[in-house]
Design a protein around this ligand. Sequence first.
Ligand code: NAD
Ligand code: TYD
Length: 357
Amino acid sequence: MIFVPESILVTGGAGFIGSNFIHSFMANNQRCMVTNLDCLTYAGNLENLTALEGNPNYRFVKGDIGDTELVAGVLAGQKIDAVVHFAAESHVDRSITGPEIFIRTNVLGTQILLEESRKHWQSGLVPDFRFLQISTDEVYGSLGDTGYFTEETPLAANSPYSASKAGADLLVRAYHETFGMPTLNTRCSNNYGPYHFPEKLIPLLIHNIINKKPLPVYGDGLNVRDWLHVRDHASAIETVLKAAAPGSVYNIGGNNEWKNIDIVNLVCDLLDERLERAEGENRTLITYVKDRPGHDRRYAIDASRLKNDLGWSPSFTFEQGIAETIDWYLANQKWVEEVTSGAYRDYYKKQYGGGAA
Ligand code: NAD
Ligand code: TYD
């Protein structure tokens, strides 16, 4: 049976995937109210959502998922019937230099959101309810040269980031098993696309190439990631939210494995053309650097459950997706400049008044 939400709470909707999800979900579900709860960390940027200003079905609330009273008020006040939970600290390298905030946001914050959602769901204010936890393939740990993560692969997280996401996933499972709460859990591979903060590999490469800065490649550059366009991720989430059975877990993947160095070379070459530089010029910026500690060697997703149960598969080819992404960054240099200079932080004050984000 299809679940049709009427009022969803998106957490972390000012971030990369959350903002792409809001755009795509609102375009497909024009009657649904969307409340975006985001505390605007360095990764939250309301400029990603300017197109929705004035839309009566969209509402932004600045706040922390760990704020019990605020969360309870939003859930009841907006009669939320689905929570789509993106809010997180999301960068592996930051989790190595400062793990505490990852535990606070990703584990404790998720537990508070779950607990308030449980009370709200059990209050009977809404006829049906879903809690969808957005997670990552990184919870499964690392693969060798062959094989794929399935939903049955044991969790074996290796970084503080992935450990915090695994902790949250287990809490979500526990709320389903213990309280019968209608939870869902998706685990996705590496996303790419517009509004990606330029600390992550692909936007960092584009930004550094444009500015002729070194391109840091960790270790031997042979680590493998599976890349999925963020709008494909958004459509998969919408499919799971509406059609998956409560309690289920779904992997989401692009069937698109790349060695890091091959992606680096590809982005260099595509930008040689677009920036009218000599063939091979951008590759001279490649700089091998010390490896990330605990660097997972390979991620690869078996997403056949999603295809077989719910009929979902990605629609972007990588050639199309990466070309569009590069063109988006070239056309949106102002967005990139504001993010890298931190100027986007004034945006909340300008739009909503009050304190700086
Ligand atoms: P992001 O870092 O771009 O955005 C995170 C958002 O959460 C930001 O807007 C931030 O302000 C907000 N936030 C952080 N702490 C908060 C708190 N305590 N309360 C309210 N808001 C808070 O992250 P992203 O890349 O968009 O990832 C979104 C989700 O998807 C995360 O849960 C991440 O683990 C998961 N995921 C990401 C990828 C990827 O490739 N980026 C892949 C798989 C899964
Ligand atoms: P990243 O975008 O940080 O995603 P994740 O670590 O969650 O997979 O990194 C993708 C891959 O690229 C990962 O193997 C680490 C590597 N990497 C570099 O080689 N250089 C860089 O500057 C960054 C940010 C990542």
